[in-house]
Design a protein around this ligand. Structure first.
Ligand code: URA
Ligand code: SF4
Length: 216
């Protein structure tokens, strides 16, 4: 699978991501800055076709300054591998870049304070597919929806598709969700192909996307 793109803007995107990361590492914009060990800006290639957005760093992530390096991260690597996607091909980040103490939920004011960084990362990478992991990243694209109802179903956002998925940490600890998240991840190659197809057919003629999306 061709999961990366080249383009004249690649270097530009990389420097924008580096800029965001540098700001995040010293960010004082919410209370979480007081209790963090390391901020976790996110990592992955600037030309990634897939961007994964989790909730917030846990203990291991806070220690290392890297996203999804604990148990949930190991499971995430496995899920990606089974979908034929390597971790090195995707960009991984979180809604809040600093660990909420005791792994509590991030609060609305913290999410709001941090959202500027996430938006700049999305704009720089301009991914074809965004995978939301858990309810906090899901809420940006699917407000008021229930994950149990919409998981694995891509929705169009401009020129990309956004796919809500269960959080790997939740799926890891609930046997019934494990099969669901595995199945949803296994759709990723097909979803990437669908973005390509949508763009081609859109360029060629105006096919209503609502029609095209019925296959999911
Ligand atoms: N859970 C998350 O949401 N993000 C991480 O980086 C690790 C665990
Ligand atoms: Fe800044 Fe986000 Fe960390 Fe809050 S969570 S201190 S807004 S980087």
């Amino acid at each position: 699978m061709d999961a990366e793109r080249d383009g004249p803007a690649a270097g530009d995107a990389e420097s924008k991501l580096a800029e965001v990361a540098a700001e995040v590492r010293v960010c004082p914009k919410c209370e979480l800055c007081r209790t963090r060990t390391h901020a976790v800006p996110g990592e992955g290639p600037a030309d990634a076709r897939i961007m994964l957005i989790g909730e917030g760093p846990g203990w291991h992530e806070d220690q290392q300054g890297r996203p999804f390096v604990g148990n949930a991260g190991k499971f995430l690597n496995e899920l990606l591998g089974r979908a034929g996607v390597s971790r090195e091909q995707v960009f991984i980040t979180n809604v809040v870049k600093c660990r909420p103490p005791g792994n509590r939920d991030p609060m609305p004011d913290e999410i709001a304070a941090c959202s500027e960084y996430l938006e700049r990362q999305i704009a720089a990478i301009d991914p074809d597919v965004i995978v939301t992991l858990g309810r906090f990243s899901m809420a940006r694209w699917f407000p008021g929806e229930r994950i149990s109802k919409i998981h694995g179903q891509p929705k169009r956002d401009g020129r990309r598709l956004v796919v809500p998925m269960y959080h790997p940490a939740a799926a890891l600890h609930q046997g019934s969700l494990r099969g669901a998240i595995e199945e949803d991840f296994s759709k990723l190659p097909k979803i990437l192909g669908e973005v390509d197809r949508l763009r081609e057919s859109e360029a060629a003629r105006e096919v209503p996307l609502s029609e095209q999306m019925k296959m999911f």
